[in-house]
Ligand binder design. Structure first.
Ligand code: LHQ
Length: 258
């Protein structure tokens, strides 16, 4: 069975991290396959939203620590450059919304992959662990970028240093997530959100994502100029025309993602 599963249905691409016996911990093969799968989703015209979830009871326990301990395994110099950094870059640069459906524990790189997504949903029984400090590492996979921006410096610093296991409901209160659902409704509720995103004006969502990526580093004047540029690009899309026409004609818009 493949360590990454892909299923594209009704305009939504579902990616499942699939090493449940290892709590979906990443080995090299799985990290490279996730990159390849994200590329497939990126170019698949029929997919206008991407969901990432885990098989079994976990989202992902991060790096497979047995692979690190294996002298034949990938060397430390390769792991971030070749495994995690390209995953995070892809999630941020894909011009479609990416939804994390966190069905269970998300630890280390597993947690930070989830936090790099555009919309983060979780089951009530899910939890988030910045597990790195517990094994003498620093938070990677964009954690030092995303977490302070999501929850503030003070909380981020405590979460990263203590490596506590944070229940989904606390993560929600801290601003790490968008919504928490009961375990037995997570799949159905996430599907509704993904299907909503998949019929929205995809280009405007992609531009919004680009603006958010840049807002993290730009000053206000630069960001205002960027908004001007991208609002003009949004106004030139077919979906903008459709949105305005549908409003005037008092009907539901049919966006095509162009
Ligand atoms: C695992 C793992 C795992 C292998 C559970 N590996 N088997 C980047 C740069 C370079 C190097 C290193 O890493 C990174 C990025 C990172 O992600 S660093 C952080 C790596 N992750 C961790 O440190 C988390 C380790 N796992 C845990 O702390 C616990 O397993 C958690 C809290 C996630 C879940 O606890 P439990 O629910 O009690 O499950 P468990 O510990 O019993 O695990 C179930 C099985 O999964 C078990 O196997 P076994 O054969 O004994 O049943 C674990 O060994 C295995 N597993 N995580 N990361």
């Amino acid at each position: 069975m493949s360590s990454i599963l892909l299923d594209i249905r009704d305009r939504v691409a579902f990616i499942t991290l699939n090493r449940p016996e290892k709590l979906n911990a990443f080995n090299r093969e799985m990290a490279l396959l996730l990159q390849k799968t994200l590329d497939i989703c990126s170019s698949a015209k029929e997919a206008r939203c991407i969901c990432i979830t885990g098989a079994g009871n976990a989202f992902s326990a991060g790096q497979d620590l047995t692979e690190i301990a294996d002298p034949e395994g990938p060397k430390m110099q390769k792991i971030l450059k070749e495994h995690y950094n390209p995953i995070i870059s892809r999630i941020r640069l894909i011009t479609k919304p990416v939804v994390a459906v966190v069905n269970g524990v998300a630890a280390g790189a597993g947690a930070n992959i989830a936090l790099s997504c555009d919309v983060v949903l979780a089951a009530r029984s899910a939890s988030f662990i910045q597990a790195f400090s517990k094994i003498g590492l620093i938070p990677d996979s964009g954690g030092t970028f995303f977490l302070p921006r999501l929850v503030g410096w003070n909380r981020a610093s405590a979460l990263m240093m203590l490596g506590d296991k944070i229940p989904a409901i606390d993560a929600l209160q801290m601003g790490m997530l968008y919504k928490v659902f009961e375990d037995d409704t997570l799949a159905a509720e996430s599907l509704k959100i993904a299907q909503t995103l998949a019929v929205m004006p995809t280009k405007a969502l992609a531009f919004t994502k680009h603006l958010l990526n840049n807002s993290a580093v730009n000053d206000i004047e630069t960001q205002l100029k960027l908004e001007d540029e991208f609002q003009q690009r949004a106004a030139a899309t077919e979906d903008f025309k459709e949105g305005v026409n549908a409003f005037i004609e008092k009907r539901k818009p049919e966006f095509i993602g162009e």
